[in-house]
Design a protein around this ligand. Structure first.
Ligand code: SAT
Ligand code: MN
Length: 588
C-alpha cells in the first residue's frame, strides 16, 4: 500500500517484536471494514444494534477495570527528566523501552496485527499530520475509522519519502491494569500503549498524538495543539466568527460545540456551527491571524446526560454509523440507553457490565458514567461547511473554563494576551469520571491540558506567551467562563446548555468592540444588563450575582496559585509571576 521505507521498516520491526499470526493493512475501504465488523460480531467483541432504528451502529463493552484514561499510568519519556516537567510521569526512555519490549515480545501470537495509517486533519492540509497505529483490536480499528481519515488516503498524504509520522503501537495484551502503560516518546514521535482497550488510552490519534505528541511538535515548530472545541457563530448577515474553547474532559465541550441558539437569537437568524468538540490545532496564517483545524473526523462523546434537550445535535449524530461503548443494552428492541437519555429506562436490558438489568427497579447504573459514543462528524446536523477546509477557520476568541461551584464568575475577559495566558494557567476544575480517581475534587488544570501536555508545563506557558508576541494585535481575545456556579442548596444558577450562547454573544461583541466592560480585580466583566436574559426566568440581579468577585475567595485562590506555580521553578515564565503579583495587589 506504500513505498515509504520509513513506514515499511518500522512496521517490520514491530511485527518481529509482537509476532502476530497475521498482518492486515487497513486501506479504508467499506468492504474491508464490513468484514471486520462482521468478525467482531461473530466473536462477541461487538453487538450489532437494531438496523431500522440505529443503522450501522454497534455496542461494545470494555473490561470492567478499563473504563477511563489512567493518568497515573501515562508517561512522557524524554531523555532528560526535566523536559517532561513536574506534572507528567516520567521514566528514562532506555529503561521504559526495555520494560515494554519484554511485554510486547510475542504479545500478538495467535492474533492479527492491524496496520492503521491515519491522517489527523483534512487530507491535503498543511496543518494535518499522519500517524500509523498498529493494534490487535478490531474495536480500535473501527473507532479509528470514525475518528480519523484513515487508510490509503493517509499514506498518500504522507508521501513516499517523509519520515514525519507518529509511530503508535497498541496491544490489549491481557487488559491487566497492573501492567497497563500509556507511554509517549516525544523525541521519537512514538506512542506505546498496552493492557487497555479504553478509548483515550488506545485510540492513539486522539489524546496521545493530537495533544501530547502534537503539543511537543507545536512547541518546536511554532504552532499549538490544544484541548479545545471550535465553533462558529453566524450572524443574520451571514458572517461567521469562530471561538475556540478549552474545558477539562466531561465539562460540556461537546454540548457547547453543538449548541442550539435560544429563541431570542434563533428568530433573528443566528446560527451555530460545529468545527470540533475536543481538539484544535492552530497556526498563524498568512494574514497574521490564528487559524484552527479540528484534527479529528468524529466525536468521542460522553453518553450519559446526552438527550433531546441537552444536546439534540449530538443525539442526532449518534443515530447511524456509531459505536457505543459501555452503555446499557435494551433487549426489547436491541437499542441502547444511558442515564439522562429519557425518563423511560428499559426493563429488559443488560447493564454496561453485561449483567441483566431492569432500569425501572435497579439501583445500579445502566451505563458507566464515562460511557461513550463514537460518531462520525459528518452525521452532525450543525457541522460547519469549513469542517474539511484545509485552511481551517480564523479564531476571534479563546475561552477557558472549568467546573467551579464558587470563585470563578460567569464570564470575564483578560486585560491582554499575557494576562490571558495567566488566566488559562490558573484554570481549576472539579474532576470528572473521564479519568480514573476521585470525582468532584478541585484540581488545577491549566488550559485543560494538565493530562495532555507532552512536555514541561512551564515551557508550555512560555510557548503560549511566544505565540502571543507573534500574533501581536491580531491575537484572539481571551476569556474565562464558568457555567457551574451553584446556590446554597447546590443547584446550578445559570441555565447553561443553549443559553450559554448569551455569554458567547457578549464575548463576540467584545471582540468587535461593540460593548463596554467593567474593570474588576480579575479582569473585565460585562455590565449585568449586557448579558441578554430575554426569555429566561432569571433577573439582572441573578446575573450580577453570577458575576460577583468574592475577594476573600480570590485571596485563597491566589495562595493556591502561588503554591501551584512553585513546582515549575525557574521554568515558570516571569510574566506569569508578574501577573500573579498584579492579581494580589488588585485584591488588597
Ligand atoms: O477518553 S478520552 O481521553 O478520549 C476523552 C476525554 O477524557 O476527554
Ligand atoms: Mn477531551
Amino acid at each position: 500500500m506504500t513505498k515509504n521505507q520509513n513506514v515499511l521498516s518500522w512496521v517490520d520491526e514491530m511485527i518481529e517484536l509482537c509476532k502476530p499470526d497475521k498482518v492486515v493493512w487497513l486501506d479504508g475501504s467499506q468492504e474491508q471494514l464490513q468484514t471486520l465488523r462482521d468478525e467482531a460480531c461473530a466473536t462477541g467483541e461487538m453487538i450489532k444494534l437494531n438496523e431500522e432504528k440505529l443503522p450501522g451502529c454497534y455496542l461494545h463493552r470494555t473490561a470492567v477495570n478499563d473504563v477511563a484514561r489512567v493518568e497515573h499510568r501515562t508517561f512522557i519519556c524524554t531523555r532528560k527528566k526535566e523536559d517532561a516537567g513536574p506534572i507528567n510521569n516520567w521514566e528514562d526512555p532506555v529503561v521504559m523501552y526495555d520494560r515494554l519490549r519484554k511485554m510486547y515480545d510475542g504479545v500478538m501470537k495467535g492474533r492479527t496485527m492491524y496496520v492503521i495509517p491515519y491522517c489527523m486533519g483534512p487530507i491535503g492540509s498543511k496543518l494535518s499530520k499522519v500517524g500509523v497505529e498498529l493494534t490487535d483490536s478490531i474495536y480500535v480499528v473501527l473507532n479509528m475509522d470514525i475518528m480519523t481519515r484513515m487508510g490509503k488516503q493517509a499514506l498518500e498524504h504522507l508521501g513516499d519519502t517523509s519520515n514525519d509520522f507518529v509511530r503508535g503501537l497498541h496491544s490489549k495484551a491481557d487488559v491487566d491494569e497492573e501492567k497497563r502503560y500509556i507511554v509517549h516518546f516525544p523525541e521519537d514521535n512514538a506512542i506505546w500503549s498496552i493492557n487497555s482497550g479504553y478509548g483515550g488510552n488506545v485510540l492513539l490519534g486522539k489524546k496521545c498524538f493530537a495533544l501530547r505528541i502534537a503539543s511537543y511538535q507545536g512547541k518546536n515548530e511554532g504552532w499549538m495543539a490544544e484541548h479545545m472545541l471550535i465553533l462558529g457563530v453566524e450572524n443574520p448577515q451571514g458572517e461567521t466568527k469562530y471561538i475556540a474553547a478549552a474545558f477539562p474532559s466531561a465539562c460540556g465541550k461537546t454540548n457547547l460545540a453543538m449548541l442550539i441558539p435560544p429563541e431570542v437569537y434563533k428568530k433573528q437568524g443566528y446560527k451555530v456551527w460545529t468545527v470540533g468538540d475536543d481538539i484544535a490545532w492552530m497556526r498563524i496564517g498568512d494574514d497574521g491571524r490564528l487559524w484552527a483545524i479540528n484534527p479529528e473526523a468524529g466525536f468521542f462523546g460522553v453518553a450519559p446526560g446526552t438527550n433531546e434537550k441537552s444536546n439534540p445535535n449530538a443525539l442526532a449524530t449518534t443515530k447511524r454509523g456509531t459505536i457505543f461503548t459501555n452503555v446499557a443494552h435494551n433487549l426489547d428492541d436491541n437499542t441502547v440507553w444511558w442515564e439522562g437519555l429519557d425518563k423511560n429506562p428499559p426493563e429488559h436490558a443488560k447493564d454496561w457490565k453485561g449483567n441483566d438489568w431492569n432500569g425501572k427497579t435497579s439501583t445500579e447504573k445502566g451505563a458507566n458514567p464515562n460511557s461513550r459514543f463514537t460518531a462520525p462528524a459528518k452525521n452532525c446536523p450543525c457541522i460547519s461547511d469549513k469542517f474539511n477546509d484545509p485552511l481551517g477557520v480564523p479564531i476571534s476568541a479563546i475561552v477557558f473554563g472549568g467546573r467551579r461551584a464558587k470563585t470563578a464568575p460567569l464570564v470575564y475577559q483578560s486585560r491582554s494576551w499575557q494576562h490571558g495566558v495567566f488566566v488559562g494557567s490558573i484554570m481549576a476544575s472539579e474532576t470528572t469520571a473521564a479519568a480514573t480517581g476521585a470525582v468532584g475534587v478541585v484540581r488545577r488544570d491549566p488550559m485543560a491540558m494538565r493530562p495532555f501536555c507532552g512536555y514541561h508545563m512551564g515551557d508550555y506557558f512560555g510557548h503560549w506567551l511566544e505565540m502571543g508576541k507573534k500574533l501581536g494585535n491580531k491575537a484572539p481575545k481571551i476569556f474565562n467562563v464558568n457555567w457551574f456556579r451553584t446556590d446554597d442548596e447546590g443547584h446550578f444558577i445559570w441555565p447553561g446548555f443553549g443559553d450559554n450562547m448569551r455569554v458567547l454573544m457578549w464575548i463576540l461583541a467584545r471582540c468587535e468592540d461593540k460593548v463596554d466592560a467593567v474593570e474588576t480585580p480579575i479582569g473585565y466583566e460585562p455590565k449585568p444588563e449586557d448579558i441578554n436574559i430575554e426569555g429566561l426566568d432569571i433577573t439582572t440581579d441573578t446575573v450580577a450575582g453570577l458575576l460577583d468577585v468574592d475577594k476573600d475567595l480570590w485571596r485563597e485562590e491566589s495562595a493556591g496559585i502561588e503554591d501551584f506555580y512553585k513546582q515549575f521553578g525557574d521554568r515558570l515564565p516571569k510574566e506569569l509571576s508578574e501577573e500573579l503579583e498584579t492579581l494580589k495587589a488588585n485584591l488588597k
